[in-house]
Write a protein of this length. Sequence first.
Length: 408
Amino acid sequence: MSDQNVPLAERMRPETLEGFLGQEKIFGEGSFLRQAIDQDHVPSLIFWGPPGSGKTTLALLIARSTQAEFFQLSAVGSGVKDLRKIIELAEKNKEVGKKTLLFIDEIHRWNKSQQDSLLPYVERGTLTLIGATTENPSFEVNSALLSRSRVVVLEKHSVESLVGLLRQAVQKAREYFGREVEASDDTLGFIAEVSGGDARQALGILEASVTMLGKKKAIESALVETVVKRSHILYDKGGEEHYNIISALHKSLRGGDVNASLYWLARMLEGGEDPLYVARRLVRFASEDIGLANSFALPQATAAYQACQYLGMPECEVHLAQLVVYLASSKKSNALYVGYNKAKEDVQNFPNEPVPLHLRNASTKLMKDIGYGKGYKYTPDYNDAKDAEQEYLPEKLKGRRYIHIEDK
């Protein structure tokens, strides 16, 4: 019987390449990574993928397959001092022809200088680096380090892949849990679904469900649901998933898909997002994407924002839902957004154009004497608007049109 104090996910790590489940696109026969391992020419790598997609397991398997000494650091609790100790050992290994593989989990949490400290050792081949990150390496890993590594994108596990993994655990229940356990394919499928493609979380849910079984033998979906509750929702408020989902909400609103808009709103709110953040984005949307097509969109959005301020969650979720449906259903116009950006561009290109004299405020006698306000037409004095026409833009910008009358 294995040590049940060790998490199930750790005890079930495969020991051979053949035992690794999932990630066929990057790890299947004929793939770059598989060929690199088989030919014993593994370059430094950056594994980019969601939690529980197998980044650590792959690193361990690569080290084992290439007979490299394996070192692991977590970027959260380690720094250059820890790196130096490993470098010393790696240099000794190199002298005797032994490979060293350094796995840095959450490498995006190391700052620029810490990441830069790796460069000379990666370049000289003192060690092979495998960095793991859940964030887009284009933004989070230094370009110099990125250029010396191969980025491998891992996807979240499929439901089928996770069901296979969970089935293995159930079949060896006496070894893993010290008792016999049963679970239907439907129940295992439910666990796989709510784990969001995270193998570690799926095995954790299974392990917790077994703990709550009591004298029963069969794990049922109702029991799993009590274990999971809302903790299964994948939503990282500070990471890429945050921006992916707000982007999906924005595009669904713009495309007029009411159902998708409600779904992405629920993903954010149920994942713990600040409702005021969502409301602010919707206030912006009301003018940026609807604007002149529906003048009631902005007051609707600001009213929903105020409701969020007054009530908070969970009460304000219905107000945001009302707003999302309203915005998705409304006619769209980006004339304001485009027009303002054109005006802003002119301001950047012509930042100091003088105000025409007739538009200036003549608050002193001297100002009047030099022509401030001279010739200005006070519009209310004219019955015919055409008689009050005059130039309001600076000389260099005469005739500019940022919003056409037909856009209104």
